[in-house]
Write a protein that binds this ligand. Structure first.
Ligand code: SF4
Length: 241
């Protein structure tokens, strides 16, 4: 568990680590780079670098947080990775179900497996389920997400590497958009972002613009149309589980 610099969350919690690449959005995977660094630093959890691992001991952590948190689950992995057994995913969900004072944001690129397993899982109000969509080619992930029983559904359109002109936003509660950063970022066209903001406004979907990205993401900032967009779904904690 660590404080997070990610703009749309407060903390990260990683009951699993490691992953394998599935699509273009994975090209410069931040989790892979970080895992290597943490392994070199001798951090036990990352001794196997980016191999998929489950961590039973991490399951206790959310019970120890004193104040309500907004938590990004598995910033260093993908909970629906094919190597993570359903039994362990159920354990992670049990922890989230038993901690309704926190919001848990789960994000996957394995939308097909998410749909396959969703009926086995208990979707309390405090679980926000999202899929990453970086380009049109993988837009079908949204259809899988839409069919699940998740109460709050969101899209992470980051790193956005292509236009998404006809998004079906039916039953989607939240959209996050961001450009790629790092040494060799793929460009994000301003017109794609403006179009997505307009699509969200039209469909009455909360819109969060995370960053323009690029080689100097600090300098490029996160303003669009002369303002920032920090919309989020309403947090309902008191009626959870
Ligand atoms: S799915 Fe996510 S964590 Fe896994 S390789 Fe791709 S970007 Fe990295």
């Amino acid at each position: 568990m660590a404080q997070s610099s990610i703009e749309w969350t407060e903390m990260t919690w990683n009951p699993t680590t490691g992953c394998t690449k599935v699509s273009q959005g994975c090209k410069f995977c931040y989790a892979e780079i970080m895992s290597k660094r943490l392994q070199a630093m001798g951090v036990e959890k990352y001794k196997d670098n980016f191999e998929v691992r489950t961590h039973e001991s991490a399951l206790k952590t959310p019970y120890t947080w004193k104040k309500s948190k907004v938590v990004f689950v598995n910033s260093m992995s993908d909970l629906f990775h094919e190597q993570i057994p359903l039994e362990f995913i159920k354990k992670v969900f049990k922890v989230m179900n038993e901690n309704p004072q926190h919001v848990f944001q789960v994000l996957t690129k394995r939308a097909e497996r998410l749909l396959e397993l969703h009926k086995e899982l208990k979707w309390s109000h405090n679980i926000w389920m999202g899929v990453s969509v970086e380009e049109q080619k993988v837009e079908n992930r949204i259809d899988y997400l839409r069919k699940t029983n998740a109460r709050v559904k969101f899209l992470s359109l980051e790193p956005l590497i292509g236009a998404l002109p006809n998004l079906n936003l039916e039953n989607i509660d939240w959209v996050i958009v961001g450009g790629e950063s790092g040494h060799t970022p793929r460009p994000m066209d301003a017109d794609w972002v403006i179009d997505l903001q307009e699509q969200c406004e039209k469909a009455d979907v909360a819109f969060f613009f995370k960053q323009w990205g690029g080689k100097n993401k600090k300098k490029n900032g996160r303003e669009l149309n002369g303002r920032t967009y920090d919309e989020m779904p309403e947090i309902e904690l008191q009626h959870s589980v």
